[in-house]
Write a protein that binds this ligand. Sequence first.
Ligand SMILES: Cc1cc2nc3c(=O)[nH]c(=O)nc-3n(C[C@H](O)[C@H](O)[C@H](O)COP(=O)(O)OP(=O)(O)OC[C@H]3O[C@@H](n4cnc5c(N)ncnc54)[C@H](O)[C@@H]3O)c2cc1C
Length: 539
Amino acid sequence: MYDFIIIGAGSAGCVLADRLSACGRYQVLLLEAGGSDKRFYVQMPIGYGKTYYQKAVNWMYTAQPSEGTQGRLSYWPRGKVLGGSSSINAMVFVRGNKQDFDDWAAEGNPGWSYEEVLPYFKQMESWQGGESPYRGANGPLKVSNPSHELHPLCDNFVSAGQEMGLEFNPDMNAGNQEGIGFYQLTTHKGQRMSAARAYLWRARSRSNLTVIKHAHVTRLLMDGKRVTGVEYSRKGQVTKVHAQREVLLSAGSVNSPQILMHSGIGPKKVLDQAGVTLLHHSPAVGQNLQDHLGMDYLYTSHVSTLNQQLRPWYGKLWQGLVYLLTRKGPLSLSVNQAGGFMKTRDKLNYPNIQLYFSPVSYTRAPVGKRPLLNPDPFPAFLLGLSNCRPKSRGQITITSNNPLQAPHIEPNYLSHEDDVQDLLEGVKFLRKMAAMPSFAKVIAKELRPGPECQTDAQLIDDIRSYAWTVFHPTSTCRMGPDTEHNVVDHQLKVHGLDGLRIVDASIFPQLICGNTSAACMMIGEKAAAMILAAEEGQV
Ligand SMILES: Cc1cc2nc3c(=O)[nH]c(=O)nc-3n(C[C@H](O)[C@H](O)[C@H](O)COP(=O)(O)OP(=O)(O)OC[C@H]3O[C@@H](n4cnc5c(N)ncnc54)[C@H](O)[C@@H]3O)c2cc1C
């Protein structure tokens, strides 16, 4: 019999497994549908170009067409491996904006303001820049500052941003997020620093932690309104396990609502249509789906870019040797090397656009498909952006009572006009930035969308026909006080049920300004602290 059962070894689940097993008093079981993360393409940073389509480590979902993106389907990679999506992501380390968390708290979630979550962000990291009032230096997650290893064109990007009036920001994870600068990465000594590497690797030798890989959780077990355990399928065999204290659902924003619905917890209408017996009506399960949408503009360059290093066979061979011998070079980095946060309108109280700079390009790759080690044969780079707090809302549902069938994902991108406006203002900014002296001297021409795309109508048409997910779905089991629009309360306990908390990206009351893995790990840290405090009788 276990005290705690954790479902999903992703960004949040690995943190829970480590923190709950650390004191030795509790028996902890971690169930993960995927397998080991000790794979070359998971550990080598640029290997995410490969794992992006690797069934062995990736759920490889397809989201339904959205009218706002001209009926295009959308490819949704999600990690299916120890470390979850933190084992296949692009490793950009961004906490989010102070205002994001203050707004979470203001929506009726005491304990989640920036000031209150900051200690968890600090305790989780070892930031290469050292300890400060905002940064931690003793946590398990190594966060690196690769600014001296980046492609020289990153300096042109930062200077062009400054010429546009943005301030250079040496640390977007400290007090002020806005401005332009170099991205910090979840890498260490040239290798990926996933949640598994940071938290799980050190915890796995503990005798009170059991990790079962390839265990696909099919449903939660209930006794009245109490969740008592979990049923999972492994190599065709179905097993039931029971938790003495709590079940912690950390399967991510796609699979956590799916598991709830297959357990009879969710909107009555969806469950009725899928043929699942309703045990607990929770109308917000799977609702409020939000995701960041990205765009990029492609420029050919007078100077060499990563294309010249990564495209030719001899370049690949050389960079491969450099990586194997020194753990340095472009294979040890993300292709998103610099970026920033900005407001396109003064009256906003948080940035609405995140900028990205990648010194590499892929004109022949279909949208969203980037063969990282096979870029264009000519020198070129990408100037990119994504929105920060989209207002469009989608949903995740189930369409049958088979828990092994993929969930039905409807992102409903660009259904809110404000999201279109944000991206329109963002791409206009990118164009002006490309014309600034620091960029003008290196840019040969704009290849995509190209100079013929000029009017607002043309730019919007390009956005609708080109924008793609940047892989940050959240909020499908929202945290908040009212049970009509939210699934969990501020302690992450499912409204109306005992013995079940949800701990992952699905609980975000609202998407944040920035990439989502760091906030998921913070949620894991805070959840573990709340659970342990409750067990010790402090709450
Ligand atoms: C390609 C890509 C690039 C990204 N780039 C970045 C980036 O650069 N920076 C950043 O901060 N964020 C990035 N993200 C987003 C970030 O990685 C995720 O938001 C974050 O990892 C989500 O954490 P989570 O704990 O909610 O879920 P996940 O980390 O996805 O973990 C969920 C886990 O649950 C398991 N699971 C699911 N269903 C079941 C089941 N039925 N039974 C058992 N186990 C199950 C999964 O296999 C997985 O291991 C990226 C994501 C992707 C996919």
